[in-house]
Design a protein around this ligand. Structure first.
Ligand code: SAM
Length: 357
């Protein structure tokens, strides 16, 4: 039986399951979610009446909020022996009814595992498994093909069990487990800087980054101190107005590109519209959503990236409530809204909102 596999932040399996159940219902995909707390993934078992190949072709895993990565599993291989895990995996692939049509279309391969404490040791194993496995696929099966639209996922649950699955290369993450490997820049004033860097990478397409992150752009950073997000903007030669009562990092201020105003982020409005508003204030998410809606509705900015800190309970419902507030800000304008729980987000999600496409 095939299933949709989603990789999420451990502890957020319930939210991830609620989301896939809701999206599946909208898309008439009959099935049911299976979750295990803190496992870092969710399995949505598809009813045998669902055409799994159509799901591979059309399902947009990137649009899910609580899943970093996703694919359709066609088979789970159990009892992989320590002595040779490659042969049983190859045998299981070759036995899939879809294999003959899929094999020439596999242009990308990802070897993945859930992000949980039980599988910590697996990461080292994955890289030692990857090399000989990739060599076998290349030499004996001509995978990856130069052209093709399929990504093959080998997803290890532990050393002895792995799912074999597929996704459309344009509709899933190109990064293993949907996690960008970012290095903390020593000069950045806070670790939060990685959240904005990841948001630019995951929530914007390459052409949007080139178009929307041009040097000389203007931005307002609400709740900016000590300056990790402002640092990302300054790195791209933006002119930034940083709003916060707390102190900003001195080196960042020495860049000459930052104006620091000790002002309340909820009442500050720029004299002239700016290209970007970013916001990382620790506040109720609905207040941040209303503030974002206000900025967009009054065209104070073209684009926004805002972080929503989630409550302890009903987190999926709360995110939906916030998104509908933002959506309602501009019913007659084309608004892009993308929202994701990023790898560097904890009990938070990050939204990109834009009036341009
Ligand atoms: N993004 C920052 C970085 O990368 O360094 C970290 C921001 S920190 C999580 C939240 C900040 O929001 C704090 O510095 C706090 O002073 C500020 N803040 C909270 N409420 C605010 C408000 N109403 N107006 C302005 N700043 C606020």
């Amino acid at each position: 039986m095939s299933s949709i596999i989603l990789l999420c932040r451990p502890g957020f399996e319930k939210e991830c399951a609620a989301e896939i159940a809701s999206v599946a219902a909208q898309e008439s995909l009959t099935g049911f979610p299976r979750t295990r707390e803190n496992s870092g993934h969710v399995e949505f078992a598809l009813d045998p009446s669902v055409d799994a190949s159509l799901v591979v072709q059309n399902f947009d895993f990137r649009s899910l909020i609580f899943a970093r990565q996703g694919f359709v599993s066609f088979v789970k291989v159990d009892n992989l022996p320590e002595s040779d895990r490659i042969a049983p995996l190859i045998a299981a692939m070759s036995m899939l009814p879809e294999w003959d049509s899929y094999e020439p279309r596999i242009s990308h391969l990802l070897i993945e595992a859930p992000d949980n404490t039980e599988t910590e040791g697996l990461t080292a194993f994955l890289s030692s498994f990857a090399k000989p496995f990739e060599r076998h696929l290349k030499d004996k099966m001509h995978i990856p093909a130069e052209k093709g639209s399929l990504r093959m996922h080998i997803f290890f649950l532990n050393y002895a069990e792995a799912h074999i699955g597929f996704s459309n290369v344009n509709l899933s993450s190109s990064r293993a487990c949907g996690i960008p490997r970012l290095k903390f820049p020593k000069e950045a004033p806070s670790r939060s800087t990685l959240k904005l860097e990841e948001a630019f990478l995951v929530l914007l397409a390459a052409h949007e980054r080139a178009q929307f992150l041009k040097s000389g752009s203007t931005a307002v950073d609400l709740g900016a101190a000590p300056g990790g997000w402002t640092w990302q903007l300054v790195k791209r030669s933006f002119l930034v107005t940083a709003i916060d009562n707390a102190n900003m990092d001195t080196n960042l201020m020495n860049s000459g590109l930052v104006e620091h105003l000790r002002h309340d982020g909820f009442s500050y409005t720029p004299k002239k519209p700016v290209d970007w508003m970013v916001c990382d204030m620790v506040e109720q998410p609905i207040r941040i959503a209303r503030l974002t809606a206000e900025w967009i509705c009054e065209s104070r900015c073209k684009h926004a990236i805002v972080n929503l800190k989630l409550p302890m309970k009903k987190r999926f419902d709360e995110v939906q409530r916030c998104l509908s507030v933002i959506r309602a800000a501009s019913p007659d304008k084309d608004l892009i809204i993308r929202c994701k729980q990023l790898y560097h987000d904890r009990d938070e999600v990050t939204c990109f909102v834009s009036l341009e496409n």
